[in-house]
Design a protein around this ligand. Structure first.
Ligand SMILES: [Ca+2]
Ligand SMILES: [Ca+2]
Ligand SMILES: [Ca+2]
Length: 384
């Protein structure tokens, strides 16, 4: 076996079908991958070729020579928030060669010096699926994503590296939609975290990392409204009391949004057509779960996310299959009764056309729930 060892960097341009969706995007588009050395034709770009087949001989996995601390790195082109990284290990043999692997994310091309994202792979402590998720620190930013076998000797093989993150907007990767709990009844405008959790359980998260408040309609930032707030912080949220205002003025009506990156039930639209069961696995492989609709709020959140995504499609799988007594079963074991869900369905649906739950677009009445054949390929919604 001939081993080609290159002492300069092997540069590879990958041009991918780019899957980007609301909030969280796969970032490895038109990126440059390099590695410490290349065995035969197992080039660095194979880890970002969009093919996550984990059989080495299928030609979509990288491999370096056996060496001390072999590494692989991708240059995202510019610095951006990286939320998590999913590495596909080879599955046909030698999985434990990835023992000791560390993912780094940061702004220096000397990626070994960049901050670590997630935990070091340790086969002594735990077992791993073929896809290993590395969850970065909150708001971890970087242009370079590296993988290396820390303090280990061996070849490094990666069948795919998926980098998920997004543009930082106003200091937050993913804001909730603007929420308005009440319109100052009792001379209090209560947009606190607890009130938002009660009103918007599918949108709001318990520990937001950012808050913005503005007036409803005129959209004046709370900071510029010249009013005094009883609360405007990340412990309590936002609360305005008319009694606190000067000269008998009432509070304006405010709306708030919170930063819930990674912590809320944020819908993510995936522009890729698969069966219902494949969609379940695909969401998991992206470190998410399938989106669940069980009330008007979660329905509205999903619909607005689909509309914002600009993806024109008729059908989107969501979590939920029909069980005995037409009960709706969700993946993690909870249930909803069809009676409770009925108002969320299209007129005349569900009509027994299949066991899986999806959104269906009908001209005139828009998207709402429908039952359908689980084996049909549809777009789908994940959540995180
Ligand atoms: Ca690959
Ligand atoms: Ca309000
Ligand atoms: Ca149907």
């Amino acid at each position: 076996m001939e081993i080609k060892k290159t002492f300069t960097l092997v540069m590879c341009m990958a041009s991918l079908v780019h899957v980007c969706y609301s909030g969280l995007c796969e970032l490895a588009e038109d990126t440059v991958a390099t590695q410490s050395s290349t065995l035969e034709d197992a080039s660095a770009e194979r880890a970002i070729d969009g093919n996550d087949v984990n059989i080495y001989n299928m030609g979509s996995c990288t491999q370096t020579s056996a060496e001390h601390q072999p590494w692989w790195m991708v240059d995202l082109g510019r610095s951006q928030i990286v939320h998590h990284v999913v590495v596909t290990n080879r599955g046909d043999c030698c999985e434990k060669r990835l023992d000791g692997a560390v993912v780094t994310v940061g702004d220096t091309a000397d990626h070994l010096a960049n901050p670590q994202c997630g935990n070091q792979v340790d086969f002594e402590k735990q077992s791993y699926d073929s896809k290993i998720k590395f969850l970065c620190d909150e708001n971890q930013v970087g242009r370079y994503v590296g993988v290396y076998l820390k303090d280990r000797h061996g070849p490094l093989t990666l069948c795919e590296v998926e980098v998920y993150g997004g543009k930082k907007v106003g200091g937050c990767l993913l804001w909730t939609n603007w929420m308005n709990n009440n319109d100052k009844s009792g001379n209090v405008d209560n947009e606190t975290i607890s009130a938002s959790l009660a009103t918007y359980p599918d949108t709001m998260c318990e520990n937001p990392t950012g808050i913005e408040a503005r007036t409803v309609g005129s959209r004046i930032p709370a900071e510029s409204s010249n009013q005094v707030f009883a609360e405007y912080n990340l412990e309590e949220g936002f609360l305005c009391r008319s009694a606190d205002q000067a000269q008998g003025q009432n509070c304006f009506d405010y709306e708030v949004r919170y930063c819930c990156a990674g912590g809320g039930n944020n819908a993510v639209v995936i522009a890729e057509k698969v069966s219902h069961s494949e969609a379940v696995g695909k969401c998991e492989s992206k470190g998410m779960s399938m989106y669940k609709v069980h009330d008007k709020t979660s329905l509205a959140h999903a619909l607005s996310t689909i509309n914002q995504s600009g993806i024109a499609a008729n059908n989107f799988w969501i979590d939920g299959t029909f069980g005995k007594n037409r009960r709706i079963n969700f993946n993690e074991g909870t249930h909803a009764s069809l009676e409770d869900m009925k108002p969320l369905f299209h007129r005349g649906e569900p009509n027994g056309s299949g066991d899986c739950l999806h959104f269906w677009y009908r001209s005139g009445s828009g998207l709402s729930l429908d039952d359908g054949d689980c084996d049909v390929n549809q777009y789908y919604l994940c959540m995180h």
